[in-house]
Design a protein around this ligand. Sequence first.
Ligand code: SAM
Length: 218
Amino acid sequence: MTTTYKTPNNPGIDKMGKTYIVEHLDEELGQWSELEYITIARETGNFCLSSIPATLALPQVLKDTPGFVAETRGVEEVYGQDPAKKARVCLLDPAAKQELSPEDGELFDVFLFGGILGDDPPRDRTSELRKKGFTGRRLGPKQMTTDTAVRVTRIVAEQKIPLDDIPYLDFPELKFNEHESTEMPFRYVKGDDGKPIMPEGMVDLIRKDSDKAIDDLF
Ligand code: SAM
C-alpha cells in the first residue's frame, strides 16, 4: 500500500510502507535518545523501538508521539524466525561492505538500526545486531547519529537520492556564545538553512551537558 505523507524536512515524500526499527541496546534511555526517537517517529510515521525491557519506563512524551510503537520483543524474535521475512530486513551497519542504494528500497521493507548513543571513537556495538545475520548496508564512512542514519536511509530508499548526492555537514561546531562552542563528532544532513538537521531541543541539551561538564571541573 502506498500512502503519501508530509514531514517538516521532506514535504510530500512518498512513503511506501517502510518500517524503521531501532533495537534498544543501551542500559537506559537518556534524554539524548528520547529527543532522537521522538524525531524519528515524527519523520517516519512508522517507528518501532524494539527489545525494551519490561522494567524500563518510557518517557510519556515519546509514548504519545504519533508514529511511535514500543515492542518488548527483539527483532530476531519478530523477524528472525521466517527466512522470507528476515530477507526483507536491512541492518544499517557502519561496517557493512555494501553502501545503501536507491534500489535497496525495492529489496527491503524494514530498516534496522542500533539503539546506541554515538561514541567517539565508535565501539562497534552494531556488531550485536550484525551477529544475528541480517543483510547489512553502510551509509558512508562517517558515524551518524541514529536519527541522521534514519533520515539518510529514508532519503536514499524512499526518495531515491543516491548517498553521495545528499548534502552533509561533518563534525559541525555548535557555537553557544562568543566563548563557548563544541564540535559534534558525527555526520549530519545539512538543512535548507545551512545548519545540521538535529532533533528539536538537542542544541539546548548539548549546551546544558557541556555547561555541566565545565562545572564538574571545578
Ligand atoms: N558507535 C556506534 C557503534 O558502536 O556501532 C554507532 C552508533 S550510531 C550512533 C547508531 C546506529 O546508527 C548504528 O547502530 C547504525 O545502525 C546507524 N549508523 C550510524 N552511522 C552509520 C553509517 N555510517 N553506516 C551505517 N549505519 C550507521
